[in-house]
Design a protein around this ligand. Structure first.
Ligand SMILES: Cc1cn([C@H]2C[C@H](O)[C@@H](COP(=O)(O)OP(=O)(O)O[C@H]3O[C@@H](C)C(=O)[C@@H](O)[C@H]3O)O2)c(=O)[nH]c1=O
Length: 181
C-alpha cells in the first residue's frame, strides 16, 4: 500500500494494494500489523456506515473530550473528504486538507484525533465507511460550520445547495469551538 503525508502533519492518504482478476478485485481495508507500521492505532472500537444522496454535507465534526481517530473510505459513490487541524498548539491550527475518495479510486484517509472531519457526497447512493479508535460520545460531539470563512475549505461543489443535518445547520464558528489544547 502507498501512504502519503499531507501538508498538515497527522492525516494520511492511504492507497491500498488492489488485486484485480477476472472475478473482480480484492484489497485489505484493515490489517493491524501493516497499518500499525505506518502509525495508525492497532485497536479500533467502532465501525460506522452512512449512505447519502449527492450533495449531502456531513461535518465538520469532532469529539472533545473523548476524541476519535477515524479511518475512512468509500465503498460506493464518491466524496470530497476533509480534515481540519484543531490542535491549538499546532503550527497548522485551522488549516484543512481534503481529498476525493471514491469507490473507483479506493483511497482511504486517516483523520487523527485533534482534527474535525467532514465530507460532501459527489454522487447519489454514496456509502461511506469508517473505523473509529474511540466510541461515539454524543455529549462530547461538536460541529463547526462547513463554510466558516476562517477555515476557507474549497469544497468542489458549484451550486451551494448542500443538504445539512439540523445539527450542522446550527454549527458554530472555529473561533467559538472547543478546540484541543
Ligand atoms: C456518529 C454517530 C451517530 N449516531 C446516531 C445519532 C443520530 O441519531 C444519528 C445520526 O448522527 P449524525 O447526524 O451525528 O451523523 P453524521 O452527521 O453522519 O455524523 C458523522 O459525520 C462524520 C463527518 C463524522 O466524522 C462522524 O464521526 C460522525 O460525526 O446516528 C450513533 O448512534 N452513533 C454514532 O457513532
Amino acid at each position: 500500500m502507498r501512504v502519503s503525508e499531507c501538508a498538515v502533519d497527522g492525516p494520511l492518504l492511504i492507497e491500498p494494494d488492489v488485486h484485480g482478476d477476472d472475478r473482480g478485485f480484492f484489497m485489505e481495508t484493515w490489517n493491524a500489523r501493516t497499518f500499525a507500521d505506518v502509525g495508525l492505532p492497532s485497536q479500533f472500537v467502532q465501525d460506522n456506515h452512512s449512505r447519502s444522496r449527492k450533495g449531502v454535507l456531513r461535518g465538520l465534526h469532532f469529539q472533545n473530550p473523548a476524541p476519535q481517530g477515524k479511518l475512512v473510505r468509500v465503498a460506493s459513490g464518491a466524496v470530497f473528504d476533509v480534515a481540519v487541524d484543531l490542535r491549538s498548539s499546532s503550527p497548522t491550527f485551522g488549516r484543512w486538507v481534503g481529498f476525493e475518495l471514491s469507490a473507483a479510486n479506493k483511497r482511504m484517509f486517516w483523520v487523527p484525533r485533534g482534527f474535525a472531519h467532514g465530507f460532501v457526497t459527489l454522487q447519489d447512493d454514496t456509502d461511506f465507511l469508517y473505523k473509529c479508535d474511540a466510541p461515539y460520545a454524543p455529549e462530547a460531539d461538536h460541529s463547526i460550520a462547513w463554510d466558516d470563512p476562517e477555515i476557507g475549505i474549497d469544497w468542489p461543489i458549484h451550486d451551494l445547495n448542500v443538504t445539512l443535518s439540523e445539527k450542522d445547520r446550527a454549527a458554530c464558528a472555529l473561533s467559538e469551538a472547543p478546540v484541543f489544547t
